[in-house]
Design a protein around this ligand. Structure first.
Ligand code: G6P
Length: 367
């Protein structure tokens, strides 16, 4: 096992480091001469043209990929997108549009609820696509189309590189749909693709700076509760950050839509409660900062997660993590990295079993 960890103490840290390559490989698998080519996936431009809405169905972190991509899809493709937890979707007799595409996201391709949701869609005559990491898995076999993520085997129960490659797959679909449906210009199309190509190096830069998060994590190891807040895509990022924190560090955490805090959750803020504000979306920056200030005035200790250049966050936050600039649509790919590292380092500081957290399984084949 030590050999498999390639010098890292845990699989999770090894897999965090594999993200630049996993993201690059997944992107390259669908690029041809600088353009997106989905011919191997088997989705033609004519078929894309016909798709009137998208259902994204998944569990766990894959569901969070759906949440983040919903904003991207709706913003650039202008088709309605519904993101559904597979375990909810399948039991509520959903109203389905025959011209919809159901996208099932799953690392393992074996999650029982996701597989059942896929079958439900197929039975209703809805076209299905799997975004799947494990070749030949049940979801990969049964979906009409498969977009394979090239993350390679993921051992750590807490997903990192599979999540990052699922995001790339979703971005690629959104960009191609937007081009085919004529909702973005040719120039914008090329700009988006070029921006995606810069993500692996930017992810690498964040990983290279991990010691600063290690120091911060060691100070937070005794936290009782952590709140992640954000709006829009930053809310979706918060969900994944919170899940990483709770699953491996056993600290209670919540992701909350920043504007909704005042409707109840803010009563849980006490002296010293860690509140992490995610601030990657320029249009929502000031709004979320004002929610952070509300938390601070009730005693919260604030961490800001934002892009380089937003230095005025230091007027408000007690500790700030900066990520490289990117198109705000793709910020999830960068902002999630420090949050993975934070969860990891808190878990290590507490001496927990990082790769095999209690009560959790890598692949959930029970309903
Ligand atoms: C488990 C894993 C999560 C994962 C979820 C969905 O709970 O611990 O990391 O996100 O299942 O798994 P899937 O294989 O369908 O992506």
């Amino acid at each position: 096992e030590a050999a498999e960890k390639a010098g890292f103490e845990h699989f999770m840290m090894k897999e965090i480091h594999e993200q630049p390559k996993a993201v690059r490989d997944t992107l390259n698998s669908v690029l041809k001469d600088g353009q997106i080519d989905l011919s191997e996936i088997g989705l033609s431009d004519e078929e894309i043209q016909e798709i009137s809405q998208v259902y994204i169905i998944a569990c766990g972190s894959a569901y969070h990929v759906g949440m983040a991509s919903q904003y991207v899809f709706e913003d650039i493709v202008r088709v309605p997108v519904r993101v559904e937890l597979a375990s909810e979707f399948r039991y509520r007799n959903p109203i389905l549009d025959q011209k919809a595409l159901a996208v099932i996201i799953s690392q393992s391709g074996e999650t029982a609820d996701s597989l059942a949701a896929l079958r439900l869609c197929k039975n209703e005559g809805i076209r299905t696509m799997g975004i799947v990491n494990v070749v030949g898995s049940s979801i990969a076999r049964e979906a009409d189309n498969v977009f394979y993520t090239l993350a390679g085997p993921e051992i750590s129960v807490a997903t990192t590189k599979a999540y990052s490659t699922q995001l790339i797959a979703a971005y690629v679909l959104a960009i191609q749909f937007a081009k085919v449906k004529g909702t973005i210009s040719e120039e914008q199309y090329c700009t988006y693709i070029k921006e995606l190509e810069t993500l692996p190096d930017k992810i690498q830069r964040i990983i290279d700076d991990k010691e600063r998060l290690q120091w911060f994590a060691s100070k937070q190891a005794n936290s009782k509760d952590v709140f992640f807040i954000g709006r829009g895509i930053d809310y979706a990022i918060s969900m994944e950050g919170s899940l990483k924190m709770k699953e491996i560090s056993y600290i209670h955490s919540e992701a909350y839509a920043a504007g909704e805090l005042k409707h109840g959750t803010i009563s849980l803020i006490e002296d010293g409660t860690l509140v992490i504000g995610v601030l990657t979306q320029p249009a929502l920056y000031e709004k979320t900062v004002s929610n952070m200030v509300e938390c601070k005035s009730r005693g919260a200790y604030l961490m800001g997660l934002t892009t380089f250049g937003n230095y005025n966050i230091e007027d408000t936050a007690d500790f700030t993590v900066y990520i490289p600039k990117t198109d705000p649509h793709f910020a999830t790919s960068l902002a999630v990295i420090p949050l993975q590292l934070l969860g990891y380092f808190v878990s290590v500081a507490k001496g927990l079993d990082v790769d095999k957290p209690r009560n959790l399984a890598k692949s959930v084949t029970v309903e």
